[in-house]
Structure formats: structure tokens, C-alpha cells
Design a protein around this ligand. Sequence first.
Ligand code: ATP
Length: 270
Amino acid sequence: SSALRDTVLEVPTVTWEDIGGLDDVKRELQELVQYSVEHSEKFSKYDVTSSRGVLFYGPPGCGKTLLAKAIANECRVNFLSVKGPELLTMWFGGTEANVRDIFNKARQAAPCILFFDDLDSIAKSHEGNANNGGGAGDRVLNQILTEMDGMGATKNVFIFAATNRPDIIDSALLRPGRLDQLIYIPLPDAKARIAIFKTVLRKSPVSKDVDVESIAIELKGFSGADITEICHRACKVAIRESIEKERQRDRETAIDDEFDSVPEIRRDHF
Ligand code: ATP
């Protein structure tokens, strides 16, 4: 159906190694998904369900999407991603049917993580806002709730979602059996910033004069996305410089030698 064009089914390539910091969260999530998938009989024997709904919240660019993908990869489950705003803008018409299609697709792909990015755009609380009753957002939200409740414990479909605005999420979504695990993904502290630097630079040649730790400590308030950008810029400066050096050498010697200079990242490239 046309609605499914907007959802992408994949097994992500992101691994725990690609994520700097967040060690406790990684461990917790690995257990949540792995125990459920590998030991579902233990839960059903005692008539309890393991939690299958997680809401990541916190400032932008700190690894919420990255985490969801890494869990899918590390736990060998499928990953189905839906962007909140697209649910509303592109799916005019049979919105409820579209939500049903997504959950059907997730069930067929089980074990699977169904990930709602920017959840606040669809799951805004309309309490006290009479104008919005019955709007597309409400219908989508209600259908999501219905699907979550009807999912049943036997299917290993994990619903993960991310938001920067937990304060405006409709509280109905956070009830037990729905997105009942709230996990805060904070801005990285100094130790986590160092870990992110090392993660991002792990495949780049970095000169010994670069003191990653002192740079990381200085960047208080920077997100993982900011640090990634800073490293990528430094790497591009280093590459440009090495190209210029090669061109210079070729001009001077008038030979196009095959000697590649390695674009090493130095302190002054940051
Ligand atoms: P948003 O709310 O903007 O969607 P998010 O928390 O989902 O933010 P991500 O999409 O996971 O953020 O991160 C954006 C990019 O920033 C990642 O693709 C990655 O390059 C980098 N990044 C963020 N956090 C980390 C981290 N902890 N370790 C390594 N890279 C990170």
C-alpha cells in the first residue's frame, strides 16, 4: 500500500561501538530486548509480560535514534522506522488504515523494533484544546493506542519512540503496557564526550599533538551530533591540506608521483 512507502524496513548497521558513552543504557536495553526474544517462555509461564515499549527523551542529537538502531542490530531484530511528521502530512485520507498497515508490517517482521521518531508531532496532548478534537493527529494517536493494546505478548514487536518534548506527550501513551519505560538520554558529560570523540575518530589518523581529552572537556554543553560535526570538519581540513600538499609537490618536482600523503588530523585542524 502507498502508506508503507514512508516506512523503511532494515537491519541497521549501527553497532554499540558507534555510540560513545551511554553504557548503562546500552546494557539495560540489550537485556530488555534479548531476554524477551530469547526467554519469552519464562515470562509467559509466570503470566507476566516483559516490557516492550520504550520512550527515549532528551535534547536533540544525543543518540536516541542511534541507540534504537544499535539495539536492533546487536539483538539481531528487524528495524522499522516511522517519522512522526510524515505520518500526519503525507498520509491524508486513510490515516487509521495506514497506522494499521505499519503495525501489520511490524508483526510480519517480528522480532522487530518499530521506531517512532519525533513522537511529539503525532502524540501531542490535546487536553484543554477543544479545536483539535477529532483531528488527524487524534485519529492517528488513538489508532496507535489501539494497536499497542492489541499487540499481545506473544509477538516480539518492540515499540520504541523518541522525543525532545516529553512534557507534551499525551499521557495515555505512557500507561503500563504501552511506552512504559522512560529513558532519559542526556547531553554527554565530560567522560561521555571523550568517549564520543574516540568513537568518531576511531578510523581517522590523528596526530599525537591532538589531546582529545582536553578538547572534549572544554566542550561543555555540546551534543554527540555537535562533536561528530566538529570531528568531521577537522577531518575535511586535514584532507584538503594533504591534497594541497600533494599538488604543491607535483608542481615542484614536475612529476606526478604516486606517493599519497596521509591526511593526519592535527590540533590546529579543530
Ligand atoms: P534528534 O532528537 O535530533 O532526532 P537524536 O537524539 O535522535 O536527536 P541521533 O539521530 O541519534 O540523535 O544523533 C545524531 C547524530 O549525532 C548521529 O548520527 C551521530 O553521528 C551523532 N551522535 C549523537 N550521539 C552520539 C553518541 N553518543 N556517540 C556517537 N555519535 C553520536
